[in-house]
Design a protein around this ligand. Sequence first.
Ligand code: ZN
Ligand code: ZN
Length: 466
Amino acid sequence: MKIQFWGAVRTVTGSRHLVMTENRKILLDCGLFQGHRQEANEKNQNFHFDPAEISSMILSHAHIDHSGNIPHLVRSGFQGNIHATSATLDLCSVMLRDSAHIQEKDAEYVNKKHARKGLPLVEPLYTTEDARQSLNSFVGYGYNRWFFVANGVKAIFREAGHILGSAQVLLEVNENGRQTRLLFTGDLGRKHIPILRDPFQVEEIDYLIIESTYGGRYHAPVTEVKNELAAVVSRTVARGGKIIVPAFSVGRTQELVYYLHELFNEKKIPEIPIFVDSPLSVNVTEVFRLHPECYDAETEDLFLRHNEDPFGFERLQYIRKVEESKQLNNHKGSCIIISASGMCEAGRILHHLKNNIENPANTILIVGYMAQNTLGRKLVERWKKVKIFGEQYDLRSEVVVMNAFSAHADRRELLDYISHLNLTRLKGIYLVHGEEDQIEALKDGIQELGYQRVYIPVEGEIYDLT
Ligand SMILES: [Zn+2]
Ligand SMILES: [Zn+2]
């Protein structure tokens, strides 16, 4: 068996790894690259392998940097099954169409410019119709059930504790009388984050592909999140400001709503309205309600015993219509606006930032990972001026970065996970899904644990797993 790394190598987005047995090719994830438009386009358009030759695909979770290139894969000739958890399947049915819509809008925007300059027009990477068609290829499973992938290859999904439906993929390959177990962690979550169960600790494997987003950083404990959140809300309300939260529609939005629900109940924050301004978040929250099999005990308890819906309490308003979203600009007094997209590259969040960023009473609350070259990253780095819709704005509002919100394991948690593997059996660790400094830091950390066979693949690199 061999593995070839095609995405999320020495970077975070575009997760794509190709497992090759003697006569089968299996793709792990098919994510979208995000960042500079031209570079991202180039990487998203070219697979460097023939999609028709892939016999099946396994998807770790629904985030677009892992699933977002699936419609393009299917349109380019892939005919196999896409194995995912049932919750991932349902999330993808909402998210891939949304992603297609963004691709279409993006192409429209570029074409307007091109038309003016007399340049050739571009096609979207894929269309809403491509996204819809690709859903035919999905097959959904529960956690902890072995399923058939290809001749001699079976797999099982283990809880990753990252977002709803997120899974670690454990592959068992039987070849030439030998059995090899390969674990792909996908994105690994944290213990004690709300709603989801903790990540499952796999122990017996031969090879590991593990993410390294925060390989060199420590998060504040999850338990501090609520207090910190309460402090930010109270402080901003005291100034008469608004709290603007760019958040991914999946995961962080529901978590945030869950915490705010608790804080209101405990009377730890003032009574102010909360708006979730993203049609996608509305749909995704419905998917959360549909999948109680993914809940941890506390959430299950809230739903069943107390008959409460932690995603839809009274001070919360979901906003679908554009007009209602625009009306938020005229909202007087403090409020919390949670809006997509997470990295501030597109979507309604841009309007809210534009309208609120220059007022020092307001707070921009960053609760997720911001990739290089995104507007979100510039906010994290507190640039004095930022460009929104082509115009310069002064960044005068407070910016708060809450890393404890992260749905990714930090250095301590990653190393803890690795130290619980059977290291005498393990033949190699491959580090993916991290920027250079984080990935190098994680490598050092693992070697300090006394384990030396750690590799940082480059794009296209092939490793023999025998
Ligand atoms: Zn993810
Ligand atoms: Zn990811």
